[in-house]
Design a protein around this ligand. Sequence first.
Ligand SMILES: [Zn+2]
Length: 273
Amino acid sequence: MSRVLKNGDNQITEGYSNTHEAVDLVRYKNKTDFIVAHSNGRVVFVQTGFKNEKGSTGNRSYGNCVKIEHKDGYTTLYAHLSEVYVKKGQIVKQGQVIGKMGDSGNAYGVHLHFELRKEGKRINPTPYLNADLPSSSISCTYRVWDNKQQEWLPKVENVTTYAGNFGHSIGGFQMITEGGGVTKIKAHVLGEGWLEEVVDGAFGNGNNHYAGIKGKAMDGIAIWSQYGDATYRVHIKNGRWLPWISGKYDIKNSNGYAGILGQEMDAIQVYIK
Ligand SMILES: [Zn+2]
C-alpha cells in the first residue's frame, strides 16, 4: 500500500539522491492514479494551469502541484499533477484525494514527484512512503488574543494550523503542553518593550496567565518548554512567516526569539520536539 497513491503500489522510477531530493513514483505504463494526502495537514501552496514543459526550472518544473504542511514542521509536495482538487488553506485528512498523477511541468512521462521537507529542508521520503511521519511525543496547545475582535481565538494544537487572524495584531499568548509541564513565555509589546516573564501551564484569565497586553500589538515572543525544544515562528502582519526558532529563549539575541521588533505579528505556530 502507498500513502500517496490511491490505488497503486510505490513503484519508484527515480530514487532520492543529492541531485534528486525526492522520489518519483509511477503506476505502470503511463497509467495514471489519484494522489492522496500523506498525512493530516493544511494545504499551503497550490500551482495550477501548467502543461508539460520539459526543461522548465524552479517552481515551473513542478507543473501543477500541491504542498501540504503537517505537524512538527514537516511538509510534503506532490508535483507534475494533471488535476488539482484542493485549494490553498484547505485542511486535508490522510488519504484524502488531492489531485491526479500527470506529466505537467518538467516531466518525461506520467509520474508523481514526491518531496518531504523538515523545516524547509528536503529529506529522504522513501522510509515514509507507507509509514507515518516521525512524531514528537509531546503536543502543545495554544491560543492568541485577537486585538481587533477583542477575544481569545480558538485553541490550536501543534502546527496543522496556526493561532491568529491574518491582518489582526496579537495582544496575548497562552500555551500548555501535554502532561502540564511548565511553559515560560516572554513577550515584546510595541511601545512597551519586553514584559515580565510569564511562567504557567494553564489557560487562566488573570494577567499572570498570559504573555502580552490585551489591546496592544505584540512584535516579539520567546517560548520555553520544560518538555523539549519549543519550536516556533510568527507571521508578520500582512506579511510572511519568519524562520522557525528552535530551542532558543534569549531576548538579548535577535536569533533567540521570534519576531522583528517594530513589526506587529498576526499569527503564531508552535510545536515541541
Ligand atoms: Zn522527480
